[in-house]
Design a protein around this ligand. Sequence first.
Ligand code: AMP
Ligand code: MG
Length: 410
Amino acid sequence: MTLLSVEQALARILSHFQPTKTESVPLSEATNRVLAVDIRAADDLPLFDNSSMDGFALRAADSSNAATASRVTLRVVADIPAGSSPTVSLGPGEAARIMTGAQLPQGADAVVPVEDTDFSNREAGSAAPAQVEIAKPLKSGQNVRPRGMDVRKGDTVLLKGRRLNAQSLGVLAMLGFSTVEVHKKPRVGLFSSGDELLEVDAPLEPGKIRDSNSYMLAALIESANVEVLRLGVAKDSRDSVAGLLEEALARNADLILSSAGVSVGAYDFVKGVIESNGALDFWRVNMRPGKPLAFGNYRDIPFIGLPGNPVSAFVGFEVFVRPTLGRLSGLSDGGRPTVRVRCEDEILSDGRESYLRAILNEENGIHTAKLTGHQGSGNLLSLVQADALLIIPAGVKCVPAGQEINAWLL
Ligand code: AMP
Ligand code: MG
C-alpha cells in the first residue's frame, strides 16, 4: 500500500471541516477571535480635520513672509483644547492655540508647533498668550490631519477570516463597533491513551511514565485560540477508549484529538473503536516522525489520532491539527510561513517527508541551522532546545552541508 503524502493527507483532513457558526461578542471579549464578516467604515477617519501637534492653528498664507529676521506676529483669538468644537473662524492675521487631536477652526489650514513660536510657556495649565510670533513659513495642510485621510466612510477596513489582534480591535473601536460578529471558538476533545500513563502528580510505579502529551497538546490547542475539553487518559481497552470518545461527543466537540494507541501494537485499540463506531478515512502518512497518524470520525465527529511518542505528537499537531483548527476557526489564511535556512551539516533522511529539530543561528542576515542532537521521537528535550523544524521533502535522502531548505520557526 502506498502511503498518503503529507499534502494529500492534509487536503483529505481539511475537506471534512467547515468554519464554526458565528456569534456576536462584545468588543472587550473579541481579542484573538476570528472575524466572520467584512467590516465597512460607517465614518471617515479621522472624524474631523484636526491638529497633529500642540501649537497654533493659523492661515498658512499669513506665514508666507515669516523669517528669523522678520517674524510674523499673529493675534491669538481662541484656545482649543482636545475634545472641544471651535466656534471661531480665523480671519487674516489671526491664530488659535490648539492641542494635538483638537478640531481645526474654520479658516485655519495649518498648525505651527509651539516649539517653533516665541511662546515659551508650555506648562500644563498655562493660559494662551494674546499674540504669537513665528519665524518660518508654513505650507497649507502642514501639521493637519484632514478628515478621511486614513479611512473613507464605506471603505472595507477588515476582511472576514482575520484574527482580531490588538490593532484590529483599535480600528473597530475607532469606528464605533461595540460588538463584532466572530466565529464560535471551536472545541477540541483531547485524551491520551495507554496503560503506562500516570497523572503528573501520581507517585511513580514500575513500568509507568507520566502523561506528558495531555499537557503539551492542550497547550498547543490553546495556542491556536481553541477551547480544550480535557478528557483525561484512556486505558488500553476498547471500553475505556469508547467511553472517552462518547464523552467528547456528549460535550459537543468539533474535533476529537487523541495520542497513542494508533500503531500496530497488540494493545492499540483506538483505530478499531473508530472503525466500529464511525469510519477510518486513512491511517499512516509518509512522514517522519508521525507516520502512524489516523483520521476518521466517531459517530460523525471528526477524529485525529496522533502517535504517542511526544515529538511525533507535536509534529503531527503542527502539520495536521493546527491547519485544521485554523479552518474550523474560520481563518482565511491558515498557512504557516516558512523561512529558508542553510544547513550547517549534512543531513541524511530516509526519503519520507521529515521534520527535524534544529537550532538557528543568524550570520549576516542568513539563518544557519544545526540539529539539536539525536532525533528520536521520544526525545522531547531536543524539541525544547530547538527553535525551528527543518522540513526535508519526501524523496530526499541527503541534504548536503551548505544547502538551503525550508523551516518552520517554533
Ligand atoms: P503507542 O503509540 O501507544 O505505541 O505509544 C508510543 C510511545 O509513546 C510509547 O513509548 C508511549 O509510552 C509513549 N506515550 C504514549 N502516550 C504518551 C503520553 N500521553 N505522554 C507521554 N508519552 C506517551
Ligand atoms: Mg500505547
